[in-house]
Design a protein around this ligand. Structure first.
Ligand code: CUA
Length: 165
């Protein structure tokens, strides 16, 4: 079969581009641990008081694992502050009581769209002590820019003792 020279070049270019895109996808997934955030199910936003979201907060699951149940609403997050020890592995379950909000944690691989009716789930590990912003990053009305909380990662006693030596 005869293929025009330019047509052939475009076919090669296309195959090379595909290979680059697939390599980038694999590198993101394997080297940078990029994960698409998931959904832990559906929920009635009018009935949050009858669910695990009735008492938003952090739960110590042992062995450095924590679970956070979080409610986003115009224009705040509940809980309004999260304190974890250094090294904590935290799974966030997040839902909205009203409109679509965002959820992103500064310097961490945690990014969700927070939809009413959906339980978003993502997890991340806090390896560095410090204060990190958890921010709504989807425009949700006139108070959007005020919608952020602090995540405080405390140095653990083991780490403190090691520093004092
Ligand atoms: Cu909530 Cu922007």
């Amino acid at each position: 079969m005869h293929i025009e020279r330019y047509e052939k070049l475009w076919i090669y270019a296309f195959v090379i581009m595909l290979a680059v895109f697939v390599a980038a996808l694999m590198a993101g997934a394997i080297l940078f641990n990029v994960r698409v955030p998931g959904s832990a199910g559906l929920i009635n936003p009018a009935n949050l008081d009858e669910t695990a979201f009735a008492n938003p907060g952090i739960h110590d699951m042992g062995d450095g694992n924590y679970e956070v149940y979080m409610v986003a609403r115009m224009w705040s997050f509940q809980p309004s502050e999260i304190v974890v020890p250094e090294g904590a592995h935290v799974t966030f379950y997040v839902t909205s009581a009203d409109v679509t909000h965002g959820f992103i944690i500064e310097h961490h691989n945690a990014n969700l769209e927070v939809l009413p009716g959906v339980i978003g789930v993502t997890n991340t590990t806090f390896n560095t002590p410090g204060t990190f912003k958890l921010q709504c990053h989807e425009y949700c009305g006139r108070g959007h820019q005020m919608m952020h909380i602090d995540i405080i990662v405390e140095e653990t006693e083991v780490a403190l003792a090691a520093n004092e030596e």
